[in-house]
Design a protein around this ligand. Structure first.
Ligand SMILES: O=C1O[C@H](COP(=O)(O)O)[C@@H](O)[C@H](O)[C@H]1O
Length: 256
């Protein structure tokens, strides 16, 4: 199988979340069969939580030894711990709180009330990534990276026509004046994301159709950051029918 980007279309948001959750559980079983520890990057946004809720409601989740799984985040909103806007809180409520996970396996970005400024928080997360680095890398090898895609084509907190998508000399950046609130954020950079073995972008809704169509039609990563994303082994857009409206038929694999 090639490492070309694939588009898997599901009829609606609920079936999309359920299907991605089932694939995630199956893939985690395969990965943990082959290696001692797995590293997973989670995303915020509407589908990020929906997928994790579907994992939580699947009886098959008990087949996984979650103590061997580390969870990281692709980006975070710079708000206090416990704020409903935080991506980590949403993931914890959707799934992580239900898993038998050692604290050291969960790697949230620092919160805005942690006593660090935004630059220090980016440096702190970079240091935490580095502690888990292998093969001379300043970060772990991520086995699965989940990404949402915004209506403007942003992924993590890398937005169109902003410098963040071009950064290649750091693993983590502070983001200021984000076009989407809140204005301050933290984000993994594109090279770190693209070093993931598998990148699963999950998106639903008609407001995502244009961004997805452009990403697949050869838009630049500056115009549509999702266009610049490609994992080492697999890159899949898991989408619902509404989001797939502008995808050329020849690129579509239907999952129904
Ligand atoms: O703010 C964010 O938005 C994107 C996309 O969110 P969605 O609700 O439009 O799917 C998300 O991927 C990112 O992690 C988050 O911080």
């Amino acid at each position: 199988m090639t490492n070309e980007r694939r588009v898997l279309v599901h009829p609606d948001k609920a079936s999309l979340a359920g299907s991605v959750a089932a694939r995630f559980i199956t893939k985690m079983l395969d990965i943990l069969d082959e290696q001692a520890v797995a590293h997973v990057v989670l995303t915020g946004g509407s589908m990020g939580s929906a997928v994790l809720e579907a994992v939580a409601s699947s009886p098959a989740r008990t087949t996984i030894d979650w103590s061997r799984v580390h969870f990281w985040w692709g980006d975070e909103r710079w708000v206090p711990a416990g704020d409903a806007d935080r991506n980590d809180l949403q993931a914890q409520q959707a799934l992580l709180d239900d898993l038998d996970l050692p604290d050291e396996n969960v790697h949230p970005f620092p919160a805005s009330d942690a006593g660090l400024d935004l630059d220090e928080a980016a440096a702190a997360y970079a240091a935490e990534l580095s502690e888990h680095g292998v093969d001379g890398l300043a970060h772990p090898i991520f086995d699965i990276t989940f990404l949402g895609v915004g209506p403007d084509g942003h992924i993590a907190s890398l937005f169109p026509h902003r410098s963040g998508i071009q950064v290649t000399d750091r693993t983590v950046i502070p983001v200021r004046n984000s076009p989407k609130p809140p204005p301050e954020r933290l984000s993994l950079t594109r090279p770190v994301i693209n070093s993931s073995q598998r990148i699963w972008m999950v998106l639903a809704g008609a407001d995502k159709a244009s961004a997805l169509g452009l990403a697949l039609a050869g838009a630049s990563r500056d115009e549509v950051p999702a266009a610049g994303i490609k994992g080492r082994r697999r890159t899949v857009f898991f989408v619902d029918a509404d989001a797939a409206a502008e995808v050329p038929e020849s690129l579509i694999a239907r999952d129904y």
